[in-house]
Design a binder for this molecule. Structure first.
Ligand code: NAP
Length: 463
């Protein structure tokens, strides 16, 4: 048994269902809203009215940080999931069950209760707006999700009890799915752990799977990083390699095994889009590539975090003149990041027509690689794979690099490429592909779990 935490919008049944689960598990029941009222000596609507939401969130954070670490059933307030510090506390050695209900059900349930003013809108509009705003946070918070619209609290509690006993991977899927991973490319020790998670009698049925999807991707160090982060934050997950040439097969396997999320790598970042249910309209749709898929309440939703890994290290160089070398998937994310930083961008590629296509998508200039000398950029981003293979040369001549230039090589294996070596020698400011990897992994972890990992922690845990 673990600490059981209920999250979800107001009116989804956290308190009622939580109390039944507490009785059935013989664990103490804690309602964080009640603790806040006890701690402040005021009702929650009064705190909102008199001091506003920010003050309420401060009190809530104190209560969450002070919750007992021992086993208990905890019901939380609807907005608790929006705070990464709360999520770090709530997640540790616990199972988070997010309750979900449709807007009609929530409206009917809330119209019978006093409520703190969150937006000043009429009830139904407020519920719609808040649900939309918090959807991504609930998705990140959920170890498991239970629908409560059409069920009684007793039935929902019974579903929770079933989940706690058997987990969410159907027994009939366990043994047949293990053969998918027996390619021989997964390291022996990792395979042993995976076999335990998928055995008919798993040591902990609540352990959920995640992984990197690509082909080939067995060289990816992602599983080592993510598994180290899971240990660090007390998360009951195991991250492995979905190394298969068929992206549709990978997705059906992920659904059969109730996977929480996938990191998507070459060559599936574009191919995966028609195979998932929704894609984030902010970045993934504009970039046309997905590197993160999250499965939540039966929906697979795609995101792109690569561009954030490019944007962050360059954030201080807004408005610069930039050259982007390459016009593939990584270049599309980089073009989005550079234009988001209001840079004057020229895309140069071995095949100039592809540079033209990408440039038209993002309103940039374009050309072939020999056009570099006509641009005189302040920032150079290499999004070609040149530098990865032994014997590769730098994509630029030494005399094209000079002091004052910032050179960002997205290639991260090896960490120091011929371009980085030459740029360092020329006195340029250098940014290695490791920075992009750290930036995109940090954002991905936040999308997966709602926790904000310090970049330095990722750097330390990198294999
Ligand atoms: P991609 O879609 O295959 O695109 C590769 C691009 O590089 C194409 O524009 C291609 O030009 C060009 N190119 C390939 N070989 C070349 C050569 N020998 N000389 C000149 N140009 C060449 O690959 P991608 O997904 O964009 O990945 C590119 C690189 O980004 C990879 O090496 C990867 O390591 C790096 N990356 C790093 C991270 C990170 O976290 N640091 C994340 C993602 C990707 P054509 O159009 O002419 O074929």
């Amino acid at each position: 048994m673990k600490r059981i935490v209920f999250c979800g919008f107001r009116g989804t049944g956290k308190t009622e269902i939580g109390k039944i689960v507490a009785a059935r598990t013989a664990l103490p029941f804690i309602d964080t809203d009640v603790l806040i009222e006890q701690q402040t000596g005021r009702s929650i609507p009064d705190i909102f009215h008199e001091d506003g939401e920010e003050r309420f969130r401060e009190e809530e954070q104190k209560v969450i940080a002070g919750l007992p670490k021992s086993n208990a059933v905890i019901s939380t307030g609807g907005g608790v999931v929006t705070d990464p510090v709360n999520m770090e506390h709530l997640r540790r050695d616990s199972v988070i069950i997010v309750l979900h209900a449709g807007i009609d059900t929530i409206e009917a349930r809330l119209s019978r209760k006093p409520r703190p003013p969150l937006t000043g809108l009429p009830l139904r509009e407020e519920v719609a707006e808040m649900m939309e705003r918090r959807q991504q946070h609930y998705q990140a918070a959920a170890d498991f999700c239970i629908e409560t619209s059409e069920t009684t609290p007793e039935a929902a509690a019974a579903a929770v009890m079933g989940l706690l006993s058997h987990g969410s991977i159907p027994e009939k899927n366990r043994a047949p799915c293990i053969s998918f991973f027996r390619s021989g490319r997964i390291p022996q020790k990792c395979m042993e752990r995976l076999e335990k998670v998928l055995s008919d009698n798993p040591p902990d049925p609540l352990t959920r799977l995640m992984g990197v999807a690509g082909y080939p991707c067995a060289h990816s160090k992602g599983p080592f990083l993510f598994n180290a982060l899971f240990a660090e934050y007390g998360l009951d997950y195991h991250y492995t390699w979905f190394d298969d040439p068929r992206p549709d097969k990978i997705l059906s396997m992920a659904r059969h095994l109730d996977v929480k999320g996938l990191s998507v790598t070459i060559p599936f970042k574009q191919e995966i889009i028609p195979l998932i249910d929704e894609i984030d309209e902010h970045a993934a749709q504009q970039i046309g590539a997905v590197n993160t898929v999250i499965f939540s309440c039966g929906t697979a939703r795609g995101y792109n975090t690569d561009w954030i890994g490019v944007r962050k290290p360059l954030a201080g160089l807004k408005g610069s003149k930039a050259v982007l070398l390459g016009a593939g998937g990584a270049a599309a994310g980089a073009a989005f990041a550079l234009t988001d930083l209001d840079m004057d961008v020229t895309i140069l590629n071995r095949t100039p027509e592809k540079a033209k296509e990408l440039a038209e998508q993002f309103g940039c200039r374009w050309g072939g690689l020999p056009d570099f000398d006509t641009v005189r950029p302040d920032v150079v981003v290499n999004a070609t794979p040149l530098g990865m293979k032994p014997g590769d040369t730098s994509p630029l001549r030494d005399d094209q690099l000079h002091r004052g230039m910032t050179v960002f090589d997205l290639v991260y294996t090896p960490p120091v490429t011929p371009l980085i070596k030459a740029a360092r020698k020329a006195g340029c400011t250098i940014i290695t592909g490791t920075e992009m990897f750290i930036g995109q992994a940090k954002e991905q972890f936040s999308l997966f779990f709602g926790i904000d990992v310090p970049a330095e922690k990722i750097r330390k845990l990198l294999p």
